[in-house]
Each structure stands twice: as structure tokens, then as C-alpha cells.
Ligand binder design. Structure first.
Ligand code: ATP
Ligand code: MG
Length: 331
């Protein structure tokens, strides 16, 4: 699988509008801010902005501002001279320098300090900066693409993000809708990830999803968006070993187990009050039944009589449900 070839999948109206906007703004030498919940594809969009710009054959440099300490961030961005600080035995280029002529993608921009924000503003406005430990002003030509999953205007209002930097960054703001707000994309994405996983496993064909599996995918809230969908699908495909049968088992939470230590948060979410209507009520009720029984068994350490009592069932009724769903019972 080519790491650099990442097709953007999606056919919902809102996603297609995002792609249009990306194509429109890509050729302009202006900063762009990409906003969206985690896992919505901000980094992929940043890559597309770069490859559709006139800078496509120049470097695309990436840095996650949230992943490094504030003191390191400054030298990562702007570089430093030898002896600029205790560990700096040699001079080092910063990301701006490395991205000269190309694009710089700064993820998790909201976490930057006021000091760094001030320097960012200057380099965006005037293309100027200094390495740490140097007073020599350097010039660069970099197109900045920032990303964030927080509400920057709200941060700016309370003084935690520079309003002037925000204004400058927000020449164009591309907001990626959450996956739950573009349900038309769920199945195409799921198929795409399933095919890719099938190839990766060296299997011949992917047998498709069962109706029940499709419903589960369509009705999930996807708090982790596309990244979560990808993980859920890859896991399901890898566990599905019968190419004759459509894939029907979808597990949203890999930690889900009646034996999970420390309680049953996952199962507690078995039913959400605002859950969208299922298109197959029986299948959904079956799934809930299974989860409640697993939970009751876990609470009673596998004691089936107690679990049955807890659920207002006879022992035989509980045994029936356990058999029906092939629920594992440890003793
Ligand atoms: N439209 C899409 N088509 C195919 N794959 C996608 C799409 N959008 C995102 N992905 C995949 O989903 C995963 C998450 O995407 P990405 O890393 O770009 O999200 P992000 O918004 O930057 O997430 P985070 O906020 O966690 O940094 C990646 O594996 C990416 O390849
Ligand atoms: Mg990202």
C-alpha cells in the first residue's frame, strides 16, 4: 500500500463542497485553517491543499504542535544556532526553513503559546524570523496550513489565542463535517477500508457487509470519525474468516468484554436515548439483548442464576439467550 497515495473517499454533499473549496483555495499563496473533530481527515486535506498548489513539487513539512513541549516547539519551528540552549551542540534548521518554497502543516495550533503565536504571525505576514540564539533575520516563503479541533474564535475571545494571528490564518477556513453528519460517506468509506484490509491480508475477495452490519455502521455516532471507522472495519475484516458469508460482526469497542476490568462503561452505552431509528429493529433489539445479558453475567461473575434473576428471567430463558447469541460464559 503506497503511503503517499491516499484517495479521499466521500460522496456526501457536504464533503464534495469541502473538496470544491479545497480546489479553489489551493493555488492561492494564503494561509488556510482546517477545522474539524479528531479523525475527520484534516491532515489529508492539508496534503491535498499542498499537492493542488503550485508548490506541489516542493516540500510539505508537518509538525504537530501539541506533541512537543513549548520550549522545544520554538526551536523546531524556527531552528537554532549552536549553543542557543544547553543541549544545542549543533545548529539546526527549523521546519520553516525546511519547508521553504513549499507548505508547512501545523497540527493542533491551539496549543501554541502566545510567544510562539507572535512569531508565527510575523513569519506569515513578512516571511521573516530568527533562529533561536541568533539575531540574524532570515527570510522564507512558506504556505502555512493550520489545523485544529477546538474553537479558536472562542479561545481568541478569552485571550488564549491571538486574535490577529487568527484573522491572518483564517483567510480561508475549511471545516470538515463530522462523520455522523455525513452518513452517506459511511458505507463508501467502510467498503474502501474493507477492500484495502482484504488485500493487505492477502485474501481474494471481500464478501461485503450484511444488512445488519450496514445498519450498525450507519447508526453509530462515530466520536472518533473516519479514523475510528477505519479501525473498526479493519478489525472486523481481519476477524471475519468466512469468504462465503457477508461480514456481520461489528465490534465498536475492542475492549468490550464481559470480563473487562473496572466496570462496564462500554456496555452502559449499549443504548443511547437519542439513537437514530434502526432500519432493522429485530437486529438492533437482538444486539441490545446480547449486551445486557453479557453485562449481567459480568456483574455476577458469570453466575447464570444470579444474572437471570437480575434480569427478571428464568434460568432457562437466560440459557436460551446465551445459546442464541453464542455468548461466552467463563466460570
Ligand atoms: N475522505 C477520506 N477518505 C479516505 N480516508 C480518509 C478520509 N478522511 C480521513 N481518512 C483517513 O482517516 C484517518 C484520519 O485522518 P486524518 O489523520 O487526516 O484526520 P485528522 O483530522 O488529522 O485527525 P486528528 O485530529 O486526530 O489529527 C487517516 O487514516 C486517513 O487516511
Ligand atoms: Mg491530524
Amino acid at each position: 500500500m503506497g503511503r503517499d497515495e491516499q484517495p479521499l473517499i466521500g460522496e456526501s454533499q457536504s464533503f464534495l463542497e469541502v473538496l470544491d473549496e479545497v480546489s479553489r483555495v489551493a493555488p492561492l499563496d494564503r494561509p488556510v485553517l482546517v477545522v474539524g473533530e479528531r479523525g475527520t481527515g484534516k491532515e489529508l486535506i492539508a496534503e491535498r491543499l499542498h499537492f493542488l498548489s503550485g508548490r506541489w513539487d516542493r516540500p510539505l513539512v508537518k509538525l504537530n504542535c501539541g506533541a512537543i513541549s513549548e520550549s522545544l516547539l520554538e526551536s523546531e519551528l524556527f531552528g537554532h544556532e549552536a549553543g542557543a540552549f544547553t543541549d544545542a551542540s549543533r545548529a539546526r534548521q527549523g521546519r520553516f526553513e525546511l519547508a521553504d518554497g513549499g507548505s508547512l502543516f501545523l497540527d493542533e495550533l491551539a496549543t501554541t503559546s502566545m510567544n510562539v503565536q507572535e512569531k508565527l504571525l510575523r513569519v506569515i505576514e513578512y516571511g521573516q524570523y530568527e533562529r533561536l540564539g541568533s539575531s540574524a533575520t532570515r527570510e522564507v516563503d512558506v504556505r502555512l496550513v493550520g489545523a485544529t479541533n477546538v474553537d479558536l474564535p472562542a479561545l481568541a475571545e478569552t485571550g488564549r489565542f491571538r486574535a490577529d494571528l487568527l484573522d491572518r490564518l483564517a483567510f480561508d477556513v475549511i471545516t470538515l463535517p463530522a462523520l455522523r453528519d455525513r452518513r452517506e460517506d459511511i458505507l463508501p468509506l467502510a467498503e474502501h477500508f474493507a477492500m484495502r484490509m482484504t488485500r493487505e491480508l492477502g485474501r481474494e475477495v471481500f464478501s461485503g457487509f450484511s444488512t445488519n452490519a450496514r445498519d450498525l455502521l450507519l447508526n453509530h455516532r462515530w466520536p472518533g470519525n473516519i479514523r475510528q471507522l477505519k479501525n473498526v472495519i479493519e478489525r472486523a475484516v481481519y476477524r471475519h474468516d468466512d469468504p462465503e458469508q457477508p461480514l456481520s460482526a461489528i465490534q465498536f469497542d475492542p475492549f468490550e468484554s464481559p470480563w473487562r476490568p473496572g466496570g462496564d462503561r462500554a456496555q452502559a452505552q449499549a443504548m443511547q436515548p437519542d439513537e437514530p431509528l434502526p432500519s432493522d429493529l429485530r437486529a438492533r433489539l437482538d444486539e441490545l439483548e446480547k449486551r445486557f445479558v453479557q453485562r449481567a453475567l459480568a456483574e455476577h461473575r458469570g453466575n447464570q442464576r444470579q444474572a437471570a434473576e437480575r434480569l427478571g428471567l428464568s434460568y432457562d430463558q437466560l440459557r436460551g439467550i446465551i445459546r442464541k447469541h453464542d455468548i461466552k460464559v467463563n466460570r
